[in-house]
Design a binder for this molecule. Structure first.
Ligand code: AGP
Length: 617
């Protein structure tokens, strides 16, 4: 995790680096820092614990002058979040500065050796060994020193390095952590994520693993770690920067929840022509896909829940068996896969370390690999045989919402595409697409109803918080069949942004344990839209009510049955067939989490201890 940003050019660098870091703050936000190289060949550093705005306040009072700088926003792995553990780190003479994203696995041994050589360490971080190694090897040309230092490092890293001896120069290197160059006129940028450079330029180059770059305002030179020149053309990014701003919403998360109908409509417009589905960027020929005997999906967190939902979707529209695994479990299993397996890696960021490792494992076993991700040019998208982008636009809130529904939308279309190429029932395609086209309108109806009843939602959240003062309240989420993964997703969303304990369960599992938790305290969110398991959900609700449990059901408009069971609040969604219902039921779940977190005054967009991309194991 962590975000790094670098600038070199003719402008004052401090403001540009701060702005860049704010775009990367989702990657980590427990401490931050900046090093600026000025004309007098001196490196000045400011670091602090806390968020970027704290660093900004410090820099207002003590500005750092200079036109070359590197900055860092941290998610602690080694050493507590504190000013001395914050990056950039300096060598003993304060002549070299380093920022780092990743983990140096052999830092302990390196540190021991360096200490024996007389080096005094200032922090508990793994990163600090890098700066001392570069200093040790420095003989007047920074890139040579970095190259020699890299030979000694094991682990994952994206680093940026400057020295007071060479003005205007930044050297950066990448291995398994993302790094992108932004190419401007008379200025160049470095960042962990393309969204951080887009206000300045849309011409970017993604560094590949094992590559380094030497950057000045006027030029850049890419080589591999051995020093061999690499030539790479810039790509032009068409993301709209305004999509990464709040646009009048109180939080990015709320804005992103409200963007969902438009994103789905755009996905459908892009991927469906008449009754034909197409994935233009997919490099895997239809004939090869058709030969696949099974699909294995790997992902983490919310993306994993999209994968679980996909299993039901594929079972509905295709005849291909699907299994789903969390990437962190899959990568250490001895999974039986071969060239007839399609491994689909789902990831918003495309940088999740476990998913990337899982994909590599599958490639070793000769599986065909496909990445479904949101961030263009990400590591997963580059390493898989095929990629399908979800095009949800930059997702800034740490809690994933629009990326999830975009993943689901693409997975529905992918399943239907399999049916289209002969691996499923072609008869289902036209009616399914007809209904799918209408989903964005139905999503909008739910959001409009939330806006109309916002005060009621807030009152409910307030009621819960008052009750919680007297009893250890928590939430249970129950769902069945294709809405079971959404029960998991609802609980995850609540936990991560409100810190209220929550569990998601397959409602049928209720009797096998969780029912012991039921008394008048927990609130039980029951996903009960019209479906083939509706009657079973009614029985679950009755069982909860019989034990004085508080129920909030999510039902299909016009449902009279559940009303009779005296729920504390009923949330309605428009009528939709069961197979598409997750696209609707998830919206109230996102709004429940949001409203609760707001009631409890949480930091909704940047919840504690989390980071948007988990690039460490
Ligand atoms: C979602 O709200 C979480 N922040 C988290 O579970 C996330 O989905 C997970 O880390 C996977 O990230 P990815 O989609 O970028 O791979």
């Amino acid at each position: 995790m962590c975000g790094i940003f670098g600038y070199t050019g003719k402008k004052e660098a401090q403001g540009l680096v701060l702005e860049g870091l704010k775009h990367l703050e989702y990657r980590g936000y427990d401490s931050s820092g900046i090093a600026v190289l000025n004309g007098a060949r001196h490196i000045s550093v400011k670091k602090t614990d806390g968020k970027i705005r704290k660093l900004e306040e410090i820099l207002k009072v003590h500005p750092l002058k200079g036109t070359t700088a590197i900055g860092h926003t941290r998610w602690a792995t080694h050493g507590t979040p504190s000013p001395h553990n914050a990056h950039p780190h300096l060598d003993g003479e304060s002549e070299i500065a380093v920022v780092h994203n990743g983990i140096i696995e052999n830092y302990f041994d390196l540190k021991k050796t360096l200490e024996e050589e007389g080096i005094r360490f200032q922090s508990e971080t793994d990163t600090e060994v890098i700066v001392h190694l570069v200093a040790k090897h420095y003989k007047g040309i920074l890139e040579n020193a970095v190259r020699r230092a890299l030979k000694e490092l094991r682990g994952t890293f994206a680093i940026a390095v400057m020295t007071s001896h060479e003005s205007g120069k930044i050297v950066a290197a990448k291995l398994d952590s993302p790094l992108v160059l932004g190419l401007g006129k008379g200025e160049n940028f470095l960042a962990s994520d393309v969204s951080a450079v887009l206000t300045h330029t849309n011409r970017v180059i993604y560094l590949e693993n094992g590559e380094m770059v030497t950057l000045t305002g006027e030029e850049f030179k890419i080589t591999n770690f051995a020093g061999k020149a690499v030539s790479r053309k810039p790509v032009v990014i068409d993301w709209d920067v305004t999509r990464a701003q709040k646009g009048g919403f109180e939080h990015f998360m709320l804005k992103e929840i409200f963007e969902q109908p438009d994103i789905l409509a755009a996905i459908l417009k892009e991927r469906v022509t008449g009754t034909r589905i197409h994935f233009d960027e997919l490099k895997i020929p239809a004939a090869q896909l058709k030969r696949i005997k099974r699909i294995l999906i790997i992902a983490c967190g919310t993306a994993y829940h999209a994968g679980l939902t996909a299993k039901y979707i594929f079972e509905e529209f295709t005849d291909i068996p699907v299994s789903v695994d969390t990437s962190s479990e899959f990568r250490y299993r001895n999974a039986v896969i071969d060239k007839n397996t399609l491994l689909i890696a789902i990831s918003q960021s495309g940088e999740t370390a476990d998913t990337l490792a899982g994909l590599r494992e599958a490639k070793k076993k000769k599986a065909l690999t496909l990445t479904l991700c949101n961030v263009l040019g990400s590591s997963l998208s580059r390493e898989a045989k095929g990629v399908i982008y979800t095009h949800a636009g930059p997702e800034i809130a740490v809690a994933s919402t629009k990326a999830y529904t975009a993943q689901l939308a693409v997975l529905y279309l992918l399943a239907l595409y399999f049916a289209q190429i002969g691996a499923g029932s072609s008869k289902k395609i036209t009616p399914a697409l007809k209904e799918f086209m209408h989903i964005p309108v139905l999503m909008r109806k739910i959001l409009d109803s939330y806006k109309r009843n916002e005060s009621q939602w807030r009152d409910n959240a307030h009621d819960f918080s008052q009750r919680r003062k007297n009893a250890p309240n928590f939430f249970l989420y129950l769902g069945r069949h294709i809405n079971y993964p959404n029960a998991l997703e609802g609980a995850l969303k609540l936990k991560e942004i409100s810190y209220i304990p929550a569990e998601g369960y397959a409602a049928g599992e209720m009797k096998h344990g969780p029912i012991a938790l039921i008394d008048e305290n927990p609130w039980v969110i029951c996903l009960a839209p019209k479906s083939k398991t509706y009657d079973k959900m009614i029985s679950n609700i009755q069982e909860i009510r019989a034990r004085s449990g508080c129920v909030i059901p999510i039902v299909t408009e016009g449902d009279e049955e559940i009303k009779k069971l005296n729920p504390i609040y009923i949330i309605q969604i428009p009528e939709v067939s069961e197979i598409f219902s997750p696209l609707l039921t998830v919206i109230p779940l996102q709004l429940i989490a949001y409203t609760m977190a707001r009631e409890f005054g949480r930091d909704i967009d940047q919840p504690r201890n989390l980071a948007k991309s988990v690039t460490v194991e």
